[in-house]
Write a protein that binds this ligand. Structure first.
Ligand SMILES: NC(=O)c1ccc[n+]([C@@H]2O[C@H](COP(=O)([O-])OP(=O)(O)OC[C@H]3O[C@@H](n4cnc5c(N)ncnc54)[C@H](O)[C@@H]3O)[C@@H](O)[C@H]2O)c1
Length: 347
């Protein structure tokens, strides 16, 4: 089996915590180069994980003939350029979520992938959780019937990232809707069979993020001086097949507790994702079905494993980038609708 050599661009939290260690677990995969604009960090990470090469310019990394694949783990604003450059250089790309900071950037990424014939996968790791995999199978086998409505929540009472540049619009594109709303939106749409969106109505609010006096909670204080994104957003999405989805995302809101969840209504049964439960009928009696066992999967490990497997087997991206582009279009529409006060149509 030919060794697969991987380069990682942007070696902060997610690269060190998930990408690099999970590549290292796979036999025949070598993390061969890393890159970070902070030279000390690139050097230190290379040393710690025994990576032969490090760079401060991603262009140098993607030019390496030896590399087969690249992980892009930079802040959202810097997803598009390294991804397109790596695809052009003939590398497969696993890029962190959200895809980009606009659908235009996302479109460029999809075009580059098409032209290169290489894999472009956006890291929607929550699809690979045990509950998600089990529920998806049940849905695909028809156990819920037609899914006509869903509610999706990625809501925190106080959980504003205190590291990186998440709170800056120019670097991240948006706040919790971009950071965690994107996860539950993608996951819920995937469970629904990825219906085509038709229109989006969105609202955004900033009530805590730029206030030095706001209570921080367990996540600690954030960079309130530079906070210029929303801290709460909600959206109502209508799909071409008649289904609809209500979505909420927050880093800060006065709720009882955090929730990351998806609730689906089908005409045969309904479901809650975490913990997984099915609500249906059994010969005229209403029943709740709780699985006795759901596989416990490390979703980040699974994401990396499937990316490598697709490369080895010459298969398409385990997460079609066109789906990530659709999600990106919805994100754009949420902000546009919030700004204009109108429903935004999606083409
Ligand atoms: N899937 C998940 O669960 C998950 C979790 C956390 C973060 N993420 C995503 O991963 C990305 C990074 O997040 P993080 O928490 O690791 O942030 P981070 O700030 O810890 O790390 C980002 C790193 O990128 C480097 N960088 C910035 N611009 C660069 C450039 N042009 N070239 C090379 N390096 C550059 C920074 O110096 C930093 O070391 C974000 O897009 C975020 O949304 C995903």
């Amino acid at each position: 089996m030919k060794e697969i050599k991987v380069g990682v661009i942007g070696v902060g939290g997610i690269a060190q915590g998930a990408h690099i260690p999970n590549y290292m677990k796979i036999p025949g995969v070598k993390v061969y180069a890393v890159c970070d604009i902070i030279e000390e960090r690139a050097k230190e990470v290379a040393k710690r994980f025994d990576v032969p090469y490090y760079f401060t310019d991603y262009k140098k990394l993607v030019e390496m003939d030896e590399l087969d694949a690249v992980s892009v783990c930079t802040p959202n604003k810097f997803h598009k350029d390294p991804t397109v450059a790596a695809l052009k250089a003939g590398k497969h790309v696993l890029c962190e979520k959200p895809m980009a900071t606009s659908a235009e950037e996302g479109r460029e990424m999809v075009e580059a992938a098409k032209k290169s014939g290489k894999i472009l996968m956006i890291g929607m790791n929550n699809r690979f959780r045990g509950e998600s995999q089990v529920l998806k199978k049940l849905i695909d086998e028809g156990e819920l019937g037609e899914i006509y409505f869903a509610r999706a929540f990625a809501i925190r009472r106080r959980g504003i990232p205190s590291w990186g540049v998440f709170v800056r619009k120019d670097m991240s594109g948006g706040g919790p809707m971009y950071d965690i709303g994107v996860h539950i939106l993608d996951l819920t749409m995937w469970l629904m069979g990825f219906p085509k969106p038709r229109g989006v109505y969105g609202v955004t609010y900033r009530k805590f993020g730029d206030r030095p006096d706001a209570a921080a909670g367990g996540w600690g204080m954030w960079d309130w001086k530079h906070f210029d994104v929303e801290d709460f957003a909600a959206a109502f999405i209508k799909f071409e097949n008649g289904a609809s989805l209500y979505l909420e995302a927050s880093w800060a809101s006065n709720i009882e507790k955090d929730e990351f969840n998806s609730y689906l209504l089908g005409d045969k049964a309904g479901a809650r994702l975490f913990p997984l439960q099915i609500y249906g009928e059994l010969r005229g009696t209403l029943v709740n079905i709780t699985p006795a066992h759901v596989p416990s999967l490390n979703s980040h490990e699974e994401e990396i494993r499937r990316f490598i497997q697709a490369i080895r087997e010459g298969k398409p991206s385990p997460i079609p980038p066109e789906e990530s582009l659709t999600v990106q279009k919805i994100l754009d529409a949420v902000y546009k609708s919030a700004e204009t006060g109108r429903q935004v149509r999606i083409r």
